[in-house]
Ligand binder design. Sequence first.
Ligand code: ARG
Ligand code: ZN
Length: 392
Amino acid sequence: MVNPRSADLVRKALEEHQLDWKVLISDVGRALSPAEKKTGQPGVSSRSAPGTSDSPRYLRYKEVNEFLDDLAKRFPKMVTVKTIGKSSEGRDLRVITISSSKTLGDDGGDIDPTDVEDKDKQDKQEQDREGRAKKKNRKGKAKPGIFIDAGIHAREWIAPATALYIIHQLVENATHTAKLTNDVDWHILPLMNPDGYEYCHTTDRLWRKTRSKTWWGLGCAGADANRNFDFHWREVGASWSSCSFTYAGSKPFSEPESRAVRDYLLANKEQLKMYLTYHSYGNFLLYPWGYTNTLPSDWKTLDALAKKANAAMVAAGSEPYTIGSSTNVLYAAAGGSDDWAKGVAGIPLSYTIELPGGNGHGFDLPASYIPEVGRHQMHLITVFAKYVGAMK
Ligand code: ARG
Ligand code: ZN
């Protein structure tokens, strides 16, 4: 950001050094105010998730909890809400699990995205799946699971809103989304960094980190929870300095928010086959690694599945997403939750999804975009669920 009085000076300096520049947001002050414009519409029922009412809006922490509690109350067979930890300021970190008890039906088959032409193989997969389904139903064995978190970065509001949109669709629209819940269990943490999220609403719209206190109040509050995971911690793209946006924390897992996700993933690692983490912005589908420019041995699987999911979104009217390892298509940054989920917890399929933003809005995508972004993400996770549902 540049003060209007310094704009000329900065422009000259950039040109002098032959640096390309463009204006992304011409008036940040205007873009971020007034707050009422975007959080407004009092009287919208907390029962409606963002994107599902006539006037979509970004819910506050308290409203997110009310939304989850209401679903748990009305859909006790399908939904469980658990508190998996507390934030630094004592807010609940809540995971909703969505699991249909329904016997598996024919949803058109599970297709290996790397092998879409092979009809025999598809038939075989179909048979295997039915065989497993019967066994599973007798023994009550758990289905493969997909874990989603959103809002690890506080200001990326479209991320939690999209997670809530997905939850709403999976639960309230179950007749249409049955194919996503028949073969897969969902574990969704829609607000991973509630302290930062609330701080954005009350104080600083562009806050990114957690709100943990540093020792004796020296330095700045908060760490970047997506630099705080213990896998090549602080090796690259992360800061030592507490005032930096990418402060890695005082030690790996210094933040209660990243510890809660760690413990939940480890406790459920046998079941979980996929880890998705929602961020914004830039339209990226990123897979590991973020700490190195080398690729995991199974990167072709990750890449093919992402391409297939992207094609489904594009067919539904989405802008295409850029696909690749986060180091190679974005930048190197170690200590991310995606790298840790794959490298340490052993969850094979791990993606960071950078949702839309920018175009003059930056992180402050108007809430009117929530339904469209959510709808596109339903197409993406439909492809993912088909693939995961066919995994052993
Ligand atoms: N924008 C995200 C961040 O900076 C991208 C994270 C990608 N993953 C990674 N391990 N670097 O946190
Ligand atoms: Zn982010």
